[in-house]
Design a binder for this molecule. Structure first.
Ligand SMILES: [Fe+2]
Length: 274
């Protein structure tokens, strides 16, 4: 399913697969002035021609290499004659190779977002210029090492991919690095922006700086508590249970890739037992 929302000159495309009548784990691509930020899950490729009909697209950017962000690169390159997708240097070789590079994708990811075919990619520069706007490229690693965000300072728009997600996040993916995410969030605070466009579909407007500060404060508090209990001699699972309770059914559904334990373990990385 693809749903469109207009937010000023920005068009948001919510994309996701419908299973048993429910839209599952949808993601958002954004279109502005000929620029397409991410290409979405391959499961919706049959709907792209209709959804993007009449929209000129000149440039495709991938915020990172995850399958729900690059899945339709090859469709846009074939059917809309787009050039290489622009991405972080670490993302380029992954996007360009066929999916075994990022395989084995667990079954739930194949079912939810699909297997992205290889597509052409090229290292992104320091900015993207469209007819009316200028986007600064910011390296914002943590969700993945190759994650970038795009800032249009004049308009106050920040396209932050999967960096923000929400304030009180206690379940993270096994390969996410919340310490790097904290650094990236702090980096964002150097800039002024009024809109925060997330790949989750969330669009924050107004005091977005406060939202980011709140997320930083929450995770810093979690990190302090996790390390405190670690110093008391608790194991990671005990810390998880004490702070957040046991895993939800999502943990099993996601083949243990997404869970509370990963936040605890990530904040304990590099901490010696005392
Ligand atoms: Fe992602």
């Amino acid at each position: 399913m693809i749903r469109c929302h207009q937010i000023g000159p920005v068009i948001q495309f919510i994309m996701g697969r419908v299973i048993n009548g429910q839209l599952i784990r949808a993601m958002a691509c954004y279109y502005i002035d000929g620029l397409l930020i991410d290409s979405g899950t391959i499961h919706v490729s049959a709907e792209l021609a209709g959804a993007f009909s009449g929209l000129p697209i000149h440039t495709l950017v991938n915020t990172h290499h995850h399958e729900d962000h690059i899945g339709n690169n090859s469709w846009f390159q074939k059917h809309r004659k787009l050039g290489p997708a622009l991405a972080h240097p670490l993302a380029v070789p992954i996007i360009e190779k066929s999916s075994p590079t990022i395989l084995p994708l667990p079954e739930y990811r194949l079912k939810t977002w699909g297997d992205p075919p290889a597509s052409r990619a090229q290292v992104i520069g320091s900015e993207i210029i469209t007819e009316n706007y200028r986007f600064k490229v910011l390296e914002t690693p943590g969700h993945s090492p190759d994650h970038i965000s795009l800032l249009e300072a004049e308009q106050g728009w920040l396209f932050a991919g999967d960096l923000y997600f929400g304030e009180k996040v206690i379940e993270i993916h096994q390969d996410e690095d919340p310490n790097n995410m904290l650094n990236s969030l702090m980096k964002l605070l150097q800039y002024d922006f009024e809109y925060l466009f997330c790949s989750s579909g969330k669009v924050l407007q107004g005091d977005t700086r406060q939202a980011i500060l709140a997320k930083i404060a929450f995770w810093e508090e979690q990190r302090a508590q996790i390390r405190f209990f670690h110093k008391q001699g608790l194991e990671a699972e005990e810390i998880r249970d004490r702070l957040y309770g046991p895993e939800t059914p999502l943990y099993e559904k996601c083949e243990e890739e997404l869970g509370k334990i990963h936040l605890v373990q990530a904040f304990l990385k590099g901490i010696d037992h005392q």
